[in-house]
Design a protein around this ligand. Structure first.
Ligand SMILES: Nc1ncnc2c1ncn2[C@@H]1O[C@H](COP(=O)(O)OP(=O)(O)O)[C@@H](O)[C@H]1O
Ligand SMILES: [Mg+2]
Length: 575
């Protein structure tokens, strides 16, 4: 896992190396300073010898300057390397998400992908920055200070052999306690993001249903959980400091007591004892910093795992080895097709569908919500793979096609269609990047969008806000249809795409389709019988099965469901 993440360092290898190297320089200086200080005391201040004071004082200042320079350089390189690392990581994750198919996105959920690419990456950036500085600093400092202490007085240094393991054990226990809490916190973050995202995206709906207080409650609850967990973790981590203080002062007292005896006995001089104190605090500080690094790693293990999951997720829909790149015609065949969204799902969303649609046919699809209408049509451009059976387009299994070639020929206006921020033209060009103005206008006329577009002051250059909030629902739907038409597909699928368009315009669009693109196979999912009444074939779906099939006249005679829907709508219209 760490190996894959480390691959994101790429062009930032040099600063990633320089930072710890400078750090070692800084630590060396820090270890050196107490020694110089001891000499200053021993040779300069105690005998009152001025030249020695100047000499060692100057050396001391030089050491301090070097230490400062190394410290600044190390911090700079660390910041530079870590921001670069984060950039590459985000880039890799984004590129990977672009390859995801619908099933991958269902698995992670949009909000989780967003959290992983933002706050998780930020945590990893911080971890990376801290770790390249600390990972060498602490052990080097610990070891160097220990060596120096042992050189000054092996007898006094025995004390470390007792305190260090005790302190290490204490810190280990703390980390063990804290770890599961942090793991939980990151899961809760996902939930929090989910609540925020869902709310903000649907803020208009939230407002119109006056659900603000309920939504706030949901948010507060999740937020509180994070708060409680953090408090719990911090409460445990708070023991870190007293533990540390206790160890430091115990050491100092013991060293003072034993050291004083040594000094009196003439085995050690006073400056050496001062130096011992400094090393003592350096050693214990080193250990504490090490424990902090551990805690940090603990905290970032979850984000690491989560970023890694995105990087290694493989889309299940892969291009075949020798893909077919030409779609012969717009015929569609379902042969015993069954489909379920997840392997673990309790029931099939589609069950044993057998269906033949000839090229150029217009097919209407009716059915209650949840009857799997959308599911049925999403299989055709291979947005999902069938679970059982075969689905053929143009006489060839969809799994044999090059995915891009297939999707170019099968244009879907999804039920949850979206426009992206940009001008109308830019949005239309999603359908065909090379479309000329005439082609765009033609497509918009077919979709009955031309008239309202030219009525905007900026016409085709009108700016669409994010999510298409500055056009009406019906206008958005017509723009999406035009965008799909620009692909000049062999199969056009409209998933409830005229639900917000008035009946007259709806009829005009259908008429334009009939007259202008007769060769294109058209699948129209609709709520209104009127929208599909004149289709060559109408399917009535119920619970993932085809309940009835035939043209309007036949269905009126044979299908009670169809007759019922038809009568209720026609009567509703007449009243
Ligand atoms: N992405 C998905 N993941 C899991 N289940 C889904 C997904 N999309 C739809 N479903 C389920 O599949 C069934 C059919 O949904 P759908 O095809 O959207 O119905 P319709 O378009 O007819 O309203 C529903 O029970 C729905 O809950
Ligand atoms: Mg649907």
């Amino acid at each position: 896992m760490i190996k894959r993440l480390a691959r994101c360092i790429r062009e930032y290898k040099l600063p990633s190396l320089l930072s710890p190297i400078c750090m070692i320089g800084e630590v060396t200086m820090e270890i050196f300073v107490p020694l110089v200080l001891a000499e200053l005391l021993r040779q300069g201040i105690e005998p009152g010898y001025m030249p020695a004071v100047w000499k060692y004082g100057g050396l001391l200042a030089l050491c301090a300057l070097c230490s400062l320079a190394f410290g600044v350089a190390s911090a700079f390189f660390a910041a530079y390397a870590s921001t670069g690392f984060a950039r590459n990581l985000r880039h890799d994750m984004f590129a990977k998400v672009q390859t995801f198919d619908f099933a991958n996105i269902d698995k992670f959920s949009t909000s989780s992908i967003v959290t992983r690419m933002t706050s998780d990456v930020a945590t990893l950036q911080m971890t990376f920055q801290m770790s390249i500085r600390m990972i060498f600093r602490t052990p080097v400092m610990l070891v160097m200070a220990l060596i120096m202490a042992f050189r000054i007085s092996p007898r006094l240094s025995i004390i470390y052999c007792i305190t260090l393991p005790l302190l290490a054990f204490g810190l280990f226990v703390l980390i063990k306690l804290v770890h599961p809490i942090f793991e939980r916190v990151f899961k809760t973050y996902d939930k929090l993001n989910n609540v925020v995202q869902e709310n903000v995206r649907g803020i208009r709906v939230v407002k119109s249903f006056v659900r603000e207080s309920a939504e706030t409650e949901k948010f507060t609850e999740t937020s509180d959980r994070i708060y409680k967990d953090f408090v719990k973790a911090e409460r445990i981590m708070a023991f870190n400091n007293p533990l540390m203080q206790f160890a430091v002062y115990t050491c100092i007292i013991v060293i003072s007591y034993l050291g004083a005896q040594l000094v009196v006995g003439g085995e050690l001089d006073a400056p050496a004892l001062t130096t011992m104190f400094t090393y003592t605090s350096q050693i214990l500080m080193g250990l504490m910093m090490m424990s902090m690094v551990f805690v940090m790693f603990t905290m970032s293990r979850a984000p690491m795992q989560r970023a890694y999951e995105i990087l290694t997720e493989e889309p299940q829909l892969q291009n075949p080895a020798n893909p077919v790149t030409e779609v012969a015609d717009g015929s569609i065949d379902f042969e015993h097709v069954s489909f379920r969204y997840a392997k673990t799902a309790g029931r099939n969303a589609l069950d044993q569908i057998d269906l033949h649609i000839a090229s150029g046919m217009t097919v209407g699809i009716l059915g209650g919500t949840g009857s799997s209408k959308s599911t049925l049509v999403q299989l055709i451009p291979r947005l999902y793979d069938v679970t059982e059976g075969t689905l053929k387009v143009g006489g060839v299994d969809v799994r044999s096609y090059d995915i891009h070639a297939l999707r170019d020929q099968v244009s879907v206006v999804l039920q949850k269609n979206v426009l992206f921020s940009g001008t109308i033209k830019e949005n239309l060009r999603w359908g065909n990047p090379n479309a000329t103005d005439e082609e765009m206008e033609h497509a918009c006329k077919l979709a009955c969008a031309h008239d309202f577009i030219v009525s905007f002051p900026d016409g085709y250059d009108t700016h669409i806000e994010q999510g298409g909030t500055n056009v009406s629902g019906g206008q958005k739907q017509r723009l999406c249809i035009a965008r799909a038409l620009l692909k000049k597909p062999k199969i056009l699928i409209l998933d409830d795409s005229t639900s917000a368009v008035d009946t007259r315009t709806d009829a005009m669009i259908r008429q334009a389709f009939r007259e202008e693109i007769p060769g294109t196979t058209k699948l129209i999912i609709a709520q209104r019988v009127a929208s599909v009444q004149d289709a060559d074939m109408i399917l009535v779906l119920d619970g993932g099965r085809i309940a009835a099939q035939g043209d309007h006249e036949t269905l009126l005679k044979t299908s009670p469901i169809y007759r019922e829907v038809y009568e209720s709508q026609v009567k509703g219209g007449e009243e």
